[in-house]
Design a protein. Structure first.
Ligand SMILES: [Zn+2]
Length: 100
């Protein structure tokens, strides 16, 4: 089991597409008043392999292995899923790569 944090559901969906994962919503988690974390189970071949947390509040770091291989950038905001859903473009150095 692993846990990854995303700023938006769209980011999570891109991540899951790239890894051939399905996801389903877990229980909502009220945090500090108006904010909600939203948890999702990540599923591969019918088995829960990890969980994702959608947390729109802070800087997010991508999972180990998903950082830019050229410059090591691992802030979610700087790494953009490309439209093919498989590759990521680093906003720091423009490297296009396929995360693990
Ligand atoms: Zn980079």
């Amino acid at each position: 089991m692993f846990e990854v944090t995303f700023g938006t559901r769209q980011e999570m969906a891109g991540y899951c597409r790239g890894k051939n994962l399905d996801f389903e919503q877990d229980r909502p988690m009220p945090v500090e008043g108006e904010y909600l974390y939203t948890r999702y189970r990540l599923i591969k071949d019918g088995l829960v392999v990890g969980q994702a947390v959608i947390d729109p509040r802070s800087d997010y770091l991508v999972a180990e292995g998903a950082a830019c291989p050229a410059c090591g950038e691992n802030r979610m905001d700087w790494l953009t899923w490309d439209s093919d859903g498989k590759t990521v473009t680093c906003g720091g150095c423009d490297t296009v790569y396929t995360p693990d």
